[in-house]
Ligand binder design. Structure first.
Ligand SMILES: [Zn+2]
Length: 88
């Protein structure tokens, strides 16, 4: 039962290598983070590009959602303002 955590590259399937480790304090315990990359730098570059594309997509979706929420808020506020005007 001594299986090492396998984390193969999503592109080529090769076992990724640790490029960075750092400690992080989470509440009362210290956890060790590791950053792994594909042993093939060219492949890792493509993976990074792919990740960035995904992040961009996610950001665009979030921006749209926020915009929609803001629009809804302004409409509600406009309605409220209209009501208040009618009262007076
Ligand atoms: Zn790879």
């Amino acid at each position: 039962m001594n299986k090492t955590f396998s984390n193969p590259c999503s592109r080529c399937g090769r076992e990724r290598v640790v490029v960075r480790t750092w400690k992080e304090k989470v509440y009362d315990s210290v956890i060790i983070n590791t950053e792994k990359e594909c042993p093939n730098p060219d492949c890792q570059k493509l993976v990074n590009r792919e990740n960035n594309k995904q992040k961009e997509k996610y950001r665009a979706i979030r921006r749209k959602t926020e915009e929609r929420a803001r629009n809804r808020k302004t409409t509600n506020e406009a309605k409220k303002a209209l009501k208040n005007k009618k009262k007076k």
